[in-house]
Design a protein around this ligand. Sequence first.
Ligand SMILES: Cc1cc2nc3c(=O)[nH]c(=O)nc-3n(C[C@H](O)[C@H](O)[C@H](O)COP(=O)(O)OP(=O)(O)OC[C@H]3O[C@@H](n4cnc5c(N)ncnc54)[C@H](O)[C@@H]3O)c2cc1C
Length: 388
Amino acid sequence: MDRFDNTEIAFCIKSDRELDRAYYLFRMMRKPALVKIGSSLVKIGLALHLPIKGIIRATVFDHFCGGVSIQDCENIIRKMHSQGVSSILDYSIEGQDEESSFVHAEEVAVEAIPIAKEKAEIPFTVFKPTGMARLELLAKVQEGSELSKSEMEEWERVKKRFDRIAKTAYENDLPLMIDAEETWIQTVCDNLVIDLMRKYNKKKTIVFNTLQMYRHDRMDHIKWLLEDSKEHNYKIGLKIVRGAYMEKERERAEEMGYPDPIQKNKEATDRDFDLSMEFMTEHIDHFSICCGTHNEESSDKLTKLLAKHKISKDDPRVYFSQLFGMSDHISYNLAAEGYNVVKYLPYGPVTKVMPYLFRRAEENTSIEGQTGRELNLLTKEKKRRKGH
Ligand SMILES: Cc1cc2nc3c(=O)[nH]c(=O)nc-3n(C[C@H](O)[C@H](O)[C@H](O)COP(=O)(O)OP(=O)(O)OC[C@H]3O[C@@H](n4cnc5c(N)ncnc54)[C@H](O)[C@@H]3O)c2cc1C
């Protein structure tokens, strides 16, 4: 799409070396066998404590992450912001299931809020439910299973943890996004987040939930939310995404014999993604929107809806969002046009961020079209810099 084709703008903060690194990385990720072998070798290397962190940092980590700590991210946050692109600091450690790691993640989240509040470059904070709670516990609560005494206590701690983070965000006037995950824990997370919205979004939108439009029930949910917000007098914050767990969802539904919660095809997901943007811009007095996508058509569509509803490009209720290391052509070109753009900037200790990096690598092998697109843009920019 023409408006996203300006590679000089897209890669304006990348040095020639960083551009080369991105180019070789995306070329490598196009080869699923290589990604598989590479991932296995990294897992073995880390398990054996081989000195491979340096290699990981110099390649995939530095491309997809801001650093190992907030301080480490500061340079990149400044650089991005100099071109109009803000950051959401995302403490991306995944796959933990120990209480101590949840307690640690809670402290990290709470401490990050006042730091972010001081910086115009960081307009949101974020967390992922399974970074704060055990997936099995959330699943048990959702299916209504009886909890043991210790599980009941654990569940109380989870509720308090969510509330403490949201309260800190509210007190610091810093919007908080909460990611969406698997359907078998999402209802219980939605309910927690709706309670937080009712509590902290009375005057302005502090708490944002995430809706995955690959689910066929999400348009109904948005309409229900509008009614609920009128009844309980609160503003609705929503990040909309298509959804990242499609295969897992379909497999589980088939295995356990319940109806597939995912739309029947990509077109249906795209249709509902569009409908959600239409609905929210039409009712913008009730909604704040964060459009989390690497899809050019969706991003373009939202700009048109803003124009249609006479919502200014930099209205604080509307953000476009991509992940750091991906779709810079959308982020930087939209920012250059004056839209609000924020990129998820993952950070954390190298070994703990590895599951996030494996997911990015796998995702980029499976989204063949997108990887091809990244490569074409990188090739174009390399040529432009060489003067032909
Ligand atoms: C800023 C940001 C935040 C994100 N946060 C979350 C989050 O909290 N939770 C989460 O789950 N994901 C999250 N994601 C990931 C997101 O859900 C998508 O997986 C990813 O962005 C790819 O979708 P797309 O809209 O960018 O691109 P596209 O390439 O247009 O769409 C690909 C997506 O379409 C859907 N799809 C593909 N094939 C089919 C099919 N046959 N039937 C039905 N649907 C299909 C899938 O969702 C697939 O991921 C986030 C992404 C971004 C950019």
